[in-house]
Design a protein around this ligand. Structure first.
Ligand code: ADP
Length: 188
């Protein structure tokens, strides 16, 4: 089973993905997390993307697509994936299609956590003090939200047309959202 989870910055994708991974024994691919590791480890890629990321822009498709292929092609992850933060634009969605075909897999369900910009701002303000991410300040958060609307919403529309999309009201408690997601996945 392969799942994609969408949602604006601060929607709680990470929190929900962690929960799904545990409960359904999947493997999480969070491009944001992978990219932050590259920066932390001061790799060549890390050095190139650090400024882009802290300003709230997307990292080049070429870089992200390569990271994804490295994981999807690895036979040790046979239980399925939850893609968190990927695909973020239509080019990445096309790339994911190609990859999944190549490795004989498909997407079974697409979840979208729906959260307003007002709530995003509030959550990112709170998260700033805990996680200390350089892209968690108000202006950058607004930019990331706008990028999400412009680049990622069309990808969500694409999955909606394929009848794979479930929209989840993301402004409720973590437990309530956990429960709804569990119920959805359990019947796949
Ligand atoms: P959020 O969803 O809160 O913005 P992420 O951890 O998913 O946080 O992503 C943080 C940043 O990492 C993005 O603003 C972007 O710069 C980069 N990034 C993550 N995933 C991608 C992707 N699929 N394509 C391009 N850039 C990405």
């Amino acid at each position: 089973m392969n799942i994609i989870i969408f949602g604006p910055p601060g929607a709680g994708k990470g929190t929900q993905s962690n929960f799904i991974v545990e409960k359904f024994n999947l493997f999480q691919i969070s491009t944001g997390k992978i990219l932050r590791e590259e920066i932390k480890n001061k790799t060549e890629t890390g050095k190139k993307i650090s400024n882009l990321m802290s300003s709230g822009s997307l990292v080049e498709d070429k870089v992200v697509n390569k990271l994804i292929e490295d994981i999807v092609s690895d036979k040790k992850y046979i239980n399925g994936f939850i893609f968190d933060g990927y695909p973020r634009n239509l080019d990445q969605a096309n790339n994911l299609n190609t990859l999944l075909k190549k490795y004989n897999q498909k997407i079974d369900i697409v979840l979208k956590l729906s959260v307003s910009l007002e709530v995003v701002k509030k959550r990112i303000f709170e998260r700033q003090t805990i996680e200390n991410r350089p892209d968690d300040n108000e202006n950058v958060a607004i930019k990331r939200y706008k990028t999400y609307e412009k680049s990622t919403e069309p990808v969500i529309e694409y999955y909606k047309k394929l009848n794979l999309l479930k929209v989840i009201e993301g402004e409720r408690s973590i437990d309530q959202i956990n429960k709804e997601i569990s119920d959805i996945i359990a019947i796949i």
